[in-house]
Every structure is written in structure tokens, then in C-alpha cells.
Design a protein around this ligand. Structure first.
Ligand code: UDP
Ligand code: MG
Length: 318
């Protein structure tokens, strides 16, 4: 390892079917490293590594080509598609001992690469985690903006500690990454895990740009699953909610029973189909809902106790 004044910086970028953007992304990131090395700001051992998350297009082919053409570019190929979070984890854990700090960034150039230098400066002055925080979401669709807003609200409500408007664009020092390596979770939610590690942190602000090319690999279904995973990995609040709902229903039923008995006593019992059938459906529904939440957690326990490996590495090019 070099002195702190010329640290080795690694940029880690997970890619899934990104053949349309990789030429541009590798050129830009390589240029940034080259420039910072030339200005004596970082070590010449600094690098950019693309993690191929089991892409079905020419992504790996392009990564190999770039690794041979560009001085600072490396590649890591995973054995199959494991999803953004695990692909990123694979990159961070594989390269953590080869750098003083790693910066994670999406491959589609939506995270403004111009703040990388600022992140590095903050790291050099002693900050362990530097979060990239989105200033503007003008280029995101109305839908994406609002679902994102809902996501942070939900996290807040469920008492999950996440940095507002921060996605996975961040710098982590070597000791943060060492701490990260100790988390053995299969259901990974890095945005929750990193803040929970502690150490000194800071933020840099950037404008969220348009995707350079290609399409988002995060349709609504995957985003909802991601948010739900975030909640259930970090909070038992939904379980508490079940208890509260259960109690409220029980209380309502008590009142209804009282009312029925009162009506019976007064002799005006109506052959009430509604009052019999409605609560039945209602309670059935509530019970299923509660079982569902319990089931989610049990499913999570199941996948955690199996302790399966989270990814396999197929190849590496330097
Ligand atoms: N990605 C990945 N594995 C996947 C899906 C996505 O490695 O299964 C990568 C993708 O190539 C990109 C990053 O994760 O670099 C973010 O994905 P995307 O841009 O599609 O998400 P969005 O920005 O729309 O939320
Ligand atoms: Mg994107």
C-alpha cells in the first residue's frame, strides 16, 4: 500500500447486458484514473474493474477487449446473473485488498463521474465512506422519481437507516470493506449495511444524468422487491404491525360481540347475513396478510440458514 497521499483507488462497476454503454464508460473512467495518476493525486496502480453479472450479450467480450487496450481497466466475470447488489459485492470483496478505497458506480453513466475526484479528496482527508447523493432527479421519469421518494419514506417509516437520495454510488475505505466482508447475509441491502458499519462519512452531491444508452434493468417489479428486501432485512417493524393489526381487529370483534349480545338481549335479532359473513371475509383477509408477512421473514430465515455462496467467479482479466 502507498502512503495516504497517493492512495490506490479502484472503481467497481457491475454490468448486466451493457454492451451499448461499455465503450463510453470504460473510456471515461479510464481517462479519469489516468488524469488523476498524471496529476500525482492517486497511485498508478489505481484501476477500474467491470463486473460482468452473467450478461447474455457481448458485455464480457467488450470488457476483455478494454482490459487489453486500456491501461487501468480490469474485468471480473461472474458465473451467472446474481443481481446488482451481489455483483457489486463480488467486486468489492474481490478487490478490497488491492486498493486503499473502492468506488462503486453504475455502468450506465447515470452517476456523474465528475464527482469521483471530490470523493477521493474527501477520502484523502480521512473520510472512510463518501456517499454520492443525487441533487436533482429531473432526468428520471415521473414514475421513477416518485417511487424513489416513496422508497425513502418507507425506509424512514420502518426505521431503516439509509442515506436519503443515495443509491450505490459511493467510496468505501479499505477498513469499511473489511467490515463489509464480515456480513454473511444472502439478502444483501448495501444501502442499509454500509451506514450501519459506522466510521466517518461524508457526502458529495451530483445531478443524476440520463442513462447513456440501453434500458434500465430495474423494472417496477424488481424495484419493489428491492425495497421490500431492504425493509425486511433491516426492520422487524412489519412483524410489529401484524401484532398491532391483530390487536385492533380483536378489539373491534369484542365491540361487535358486545353489540350482538346487546341486540339479542333486546330481542331484535335480525337474520343478519352481512354481519356474519363480512367479518369472516375480513378476518380471513387480515389473517392471510399477517401470515404473508410472517412467511416473508421465515423465507428469509430459510435462505440465510442455508448459507449458500452469494456468487461464483468465472474469470478475471487484468
Ligand atoms: N445490473 C447488474 N445486474 C443485474 C441488473 C443490473 O449488475 O441483474 C447493473 C446494471 O448493469 C447497472 C446497474 O446495475 O450498471 C444499475 O442498473 P440499472 O441502470 O438498470 O438500474 P436503474 O439505474 O434503472 O435503477
Ligand atoms: Mg441506471
Amino acid at each position: 500500500m502507498e502512503t495516504n497521499q497517493k492512495p490506490i483507488i479502484g472503481i467497481v462497476s457491475p454490468c448486466y447486458n451493457e454492451e451499448l454503454v461499455l465503450n463510453e464508460t470504460s473510456a471515461q473512467l479510464n481517462e479519469i484514473i489516468k488524469d488523476l495518476v498524471a496529476r500525482n493525486s492517486i497511485s498508478e496502480k489505481s484501476f477500474v474493474v467491470f463486473i460482468d453479472d452473467g450478461s447474455k450479450d457481448k458485455t464480457w467480450h467488450i470488457i476483455e477487449e478494454k482490459a487489453s487496450q486500456l491501461t487501468h481497466v480490469k474485468g471480473l466475470k461472474l458465473a451467472g446473473n446474481v443481481g446488482h447488489q451481489k455483483a457489486l459485492l463480488a467486486g468489492l470483496l474481490t478487490f478490497k485488498d488491492e486498493a486503499d478505497a473502492l468506488i462503486s458506480i453504475d455502468a450506465d453513466l447515470q452517476d456523474d463521474v465528475r464527482v469521483i475526484e471530490e470523493m477521493i479528496l474527501k477520502f484523502k482527508s480521512g473520510t472512510d465512506v463518501v456517499y454520492g447523493v443525487r441533487k436533482e432527479r429531473k432526468t428520471d421519469t415521473f414514475f421513477k422519481r416518485n417511487t424513489a421518494l416513496l422508497f425513502y419514506k418507507l425506509m424512514n417509516m420502518m426505521k431503516v437507516n439509509v442515506v436519503h437520495n443515495h443509491a450505490d454510488y459511493r467510496l468505501c475505505s479499505n477498513r469499511v470493506l473489511k467490515a463489509l466482508a464480515e456480513f454473511g447475509e444472502v439478502n444483501l441491502f448495501l444501502r442499509g449495511i454500509i451506514p450501519s458499519i459506522g466510521f466517518s462519512n461524508d457526502v458529495v452531491y451530483y445531478d443524476r444524468l440520463e442513462r447513456f444508452a440501453g434500458e434500465s434493468k430495474y423494472p417496477f417489479r424488481k424495484m419493489a422487491a428491492f425495497a421490500w428486501n431492504g425493509v425486511t432485512s433491516f426492520s422487524n417493524y412489519p412483524l410489529k404491525l401484524v401484532t398491532i393489526i391483530g390487536f385492533a381487529i380483536f378489539f373491534l370483534c369484542l365491540i361487535m360481540t358486545g353489540y350482538a349480545l346487546f341486540s339479542l338481549y333486546n330481542g331484535n335479532v335480525v337474520p343478519g347475513w352481512l354481519s356474519t359473513v363480512l367479518p369472516m371475509y375480513f378476518l380471513g383477509g387480515v389473517q392471510l396478510f399477517c401470515f404473508g408477512i410472517l412467511g416473508e421473514y421465515i423465507g428469509k430465515i430459510y435462505s440465510e440458514v442455508k448459507q449458500r455462496p452469494r456468487y461464483f467467479i468465472d474469470k478475471r482479466v487484468d
